[in-house]
Each structure stands twice: as structure tokens, then as C-alpha cells.
Design a binder for this molecule. Structure first.
Ligand code: ADE
Ligand code: ZN
Length: 334
């Protein structure tokens, strides 16, 4: 099974680039940039990764991002992730970034976008991995701040495939961001949103109906509303599920209780992703394997999950057909 999962051609659709900052790189960049860290060692950082909920993680995650300062830092961060993704046979990745985490510290779009552009070009050329960038608005900040960020991003719209919504979910409903999403979609950007991770099923509905979200990130709370599960299945809306994240953030403290297999069996387009792999103890291949072991997923179910990822990606028809053919070829050789 490990070899089967390892070789499975994968698409990753829910990955925060700031969440790929491994403690070793955190220390290296802190030293390079003269940034003080509140940790004495890599081991101490890892020991701090005991999360009780989403917010307890976000506090440490935003603190860690403070070491990212130069174009080279953003390049190194993204390149390290893409090299690691290649080892899991990721063939296409749609990566989230949180511009407000950086602009609030005085690091502007030209700095991180230049680092990202070079890493993506190198991944295409050296690893054969295609990539997209999705810009997330931080939902604990205001709708006006999201609008300002969208305008700052406008010169870079050619490098951004879509917008997303992340950070603390509870108490920060999709309603806050209707204008930002409407304006982004008018400019031709695609839309996704985190919803139903810790928040209620109505945040999933409202993300679809008010924000125009085409995929839902996490979305596991849909199971609380029968009609919503039926709607997601009927409309083919993908959920970008992140099993190890859900376990670490106590959404499903025991992975054996995770609902992804039930939802898959009910026809919901489930995908498996890593969210913030440096913080949650595993990259996308680890997430596939952990879910397989905990839930007894069959090869056919794993193949469906991989196929769902290709189908739900914001790919052009040519690249989508190429990846589907690659997957079917792999399964036929199985
Ligand atoms: N930012 C990074 N990871 C996140 C998650 N799982 N939920 C909300 N915001 C995030
Ligand atoms: Zn996420």
C-alpha cells in the first residue's frame, strides 16, 4: 500500500506555503535575517506544536512567518516545499499564500511574488510540477482590509489563479468578504474558501452562495446537515480535506472517527491534502497513508480521491487530460 500511495500521481489543492516552514529553515532564516525567535532550539519548536484548536496553531504559525523577509526567503520556502512534493509524486499544486501576514510587517507584494515566481518556474522546469497561486484573505481581519489587499495584488493578477479565505473561522463568517470576492471574481479570479473546519455548516453554504466558492477547504462540518451533503454531491463541489491537520487541531482527535470515507461513499468529491505540513507532521503522501490506515481506504477509493484532485483543480483542459492519462496509466500498470 505504501508503494501504491507513493507512486500515485497527485494534485495538492490545500497547502499554505507559510505552513511548509520547517523548524530547521525557521532557524536558518532567523539567523540570516537577524530575527529573534522565542525558541532556543529546533526540538523546542517541535515540542511547542501541541495544538488544542485552530487558534492555538495560528498563534504559532503567524509567529513563525516573521522570519520570512526577503525574496530569497520566499524562494527557499517554496522551492523546499516543491522538492518535497516531487518526492510524493505531486504533479500539480495550488498553493495558498497569506499576503496580509507579510504586508502587515512591511514586506510588500513585489518581494514575495518575485520569490514565488522563480520557485514556480524552477519547479516547472526541473521537477515537471505545474503550480498555481491562490491568495487568501485573513478572515480575522476586516472586509475593508481584504479589499485593500485585493487592490495591492492587482498588478500581480496574472500570477494568481484565485482567492481564498483562511485564519480563525469562528465568528468570522463569509458575509464579511462578499465585496472582496465579488470584485475578485469580476476580475476573472477563481474562488475557494475555508469553511466548516471549526465553523458551522452555514458557513459552507454561505461560502458557496455569497462568495461564489467553487471548492470548499475542509468542509467536514457539512455532515451536520443532510441537505448540504446531498447538495455538495449533486453539484460536484470538491472538499479539500486535510486528515492530519484535522487530527492535530482536534477536529477529529482520533483519525478513525474522520468522516472523509463516509462522505466519499455518499458521492462527495473528496480530495486529500496536507494544509500546513511542517506543523501537522506530514506531507500529502503521509496524509493519504494516515487516512488509508485509519479508515481502511481501498486502492479504488485512493484512486478516486487522486482523480477528484485532478478534476477539481483549476487546470486548463490540456494539462487536466495529461494528468488524468498519467493517473489511468499508473492504475493500469498497478
Ligand atoms: N491557515 C493556515 N492553515 C489554516 C487552517 N487549517 N485553517 C484556517 N486557516 C489556516
Ligand atoms: Zn488550510
Amino acid at each position: 500500500m505504501e508503494a501504491f500511495v507513493g507512486g500515485l500521481p497527485k494534485v495538492e489543492l490545500h497547502l499554505h506555503i507559510e505552513g511548509t516552514l520547517e523548524p530547521e529553515m525557521m532557524f536558518r532564516l532567523a539567523e540570516r535575517n537577524g530575527v529573534a525567535l522565542p525558541f532556543a532550539s529546533v526540538d523546542e519548536v517541535r515540542r511547542a506544536y501541541e495544538f488544542t484548536d485552530l487558534q492555538s496553531f495560528l498563534d504559532i504559525y503567524y509567529q513563525g512567518a516573521a522570519v520570512l523577509r526577503t525574496e530569497a526567503d520566499f524562494y527557499d520556502l517554496m522551492w523546499a516545499y516543491l522538492e518535497r512534493a516531487a518526492a510524493d509524486n505531486v504533479r500539480h499544486a495550488e498553493m495558498f499564500f497569506d499576503p496580509q501576514t507579510h504586508t502587515e510587517r512591511g514586506i510588500g507584494f513585489p518581494v514575495f511574488m518575485a520569490g514565488f515566481a522563480q520557485a514556480r518556474a524552477d519547479a516547472r522546469e526541473r521537477l515537471g510540477i505545474t503550480t498555481h497561486l491562490i491568495m487568501c484573505f485573513l478572515r480575522h481581519l476586516s472586509g475593508e482590509a481584504a479589499l485593500d489587499t485585493l487592490e495591492e495584488a492587482r498588478p500581480f493578477f496574472g500570477e494568481i489563479i484565485g482567492v481564498g479565505l483562511d485564519s480563525g473561522e469562528r465568528g468570522n463568517p463569509p458575509q464579511k468578504f462578499v465585496e472582496a470576492f465579488t470584485r475578485a471574481r469580476k476580475a476573472g479570479l477563481r474562488a475557494v474558501a475555508h469553511a466548516g473546519e471549526e465553523g458551522p455548516p452555514e458557513y459552507i453554504r454561505d461560502s458557496l452562495d455569497l462568495l461564489g466558492a467553487e471548492r470548499i477547504d475542509h468542509g467536514v462540518a457539512c455532515e451536520q446537515e443532510e441537505a448540504l451533503v446531498e447538495r455538495l454531491a449533486a453539484e460536484g463541489i470538491a472538499l479539500t480535506v486535510c486528515p492530519l491537520s484535522n487530527m492535530k487541531l482536534q477536529v477529529f482527535p482520533d483519525l478513525r472517527d474522520h468522516n472523509l470515507r463516509r462522505l466519499l461513499q455518499r458521492g462527495v468529491r473528496i480530495t486529500i491534502n496536507s494544509d500546513d505540513p511542517a506543523y501537522f507532521g506530514g506531507y500529502v503522501g503521509d496524509n493519504y497513508l494516515a487516512a488509508q490506515r485509519a479508515l481502511g481506504l481501498t486502492r479504488e477509493e485512493l484512486a478516486t480521491i487522486a482523480r477528484n484532485g485532478i478534476e477539481a483543480a483549476f487546470l486548463d483542459d490540456g494539462r487536466r487530460a495529461e494528468l488524468l492519462a498519467e493517473l489511468e496509466g499508473y492504475l493500469a500498470r498497478g
